[in-house]
Design a protein around this ligand. Sequence first.
Ligand code: TTP
Length: 190
Amino acid sequence: MPNLILASSSPRRKELLENLHLNFHIYSSDIDESFEPGTSPEEIVMGLAERKAKAVFSKHPHDFVIGSDTVVVCDGAVLGKPSGYAEAVGMLKLLSGRAHDVYTGVSIISPGNEVRFFEKTEVHFWELTDREIEYYANSGEPFDKAGGYGIQGLGSMLVKRIDGDYFAVMGLPVSRTVRELRKAGWPLPY
Ligand SMILES: Cc1cn([C@H]2C[C@H](O)[C@@H](COP(=O)(O)OP(=O)(O)OP(=O)(O)O)O2)c(=O)[nH]c1=O
């Protein structure tokens, strides 16, 4: 009987997959997260998701492995995780008062099968004051998150509305993932 593996160190992805009543293991790997300049956002997130899944699948070739990656795209700039306070403030200033796109890519690799897909969600931010930005950056929440914010935490106060899958913004489009797992032959209990 194969195992289901989440190839991720993200606590959000773990939490989201736990919602689905599936037993799974977590094995993460350190992959090279660089990409060629000019690569489209969907190719970046699906490519990195695939690299994460492949790195784990190579050690667990009888199992079903899920990898995922998230970036934020605003005005043509691809934003990953901010490296420190100043970069977090810069990202929040860029996102203030406008819409951006969150791309999350997923790769599912199992014996004899590989699928990848992405979800794009449009997120609209309120116009942010310097006080809000500084408070938020000082909260520590931006640092391990693409675009420098987490929609599910204090970052919820920044968001006016979204168009698309909320869970994809948090790091894993769960309902689509379930459907792709079913197609790949994973025995779901529902
Ligand atoms: C935009 C946004 C991102 N994020 C998180 C999801 C991801 O964990 C992170 C994007 O970084 P990723 O590089 O996609 O993932 P990760 O390094 O955290 O985990 P791993 O590679 O091991 O799977 O940003 C939120 O939690 N909330 C949000 O609103």
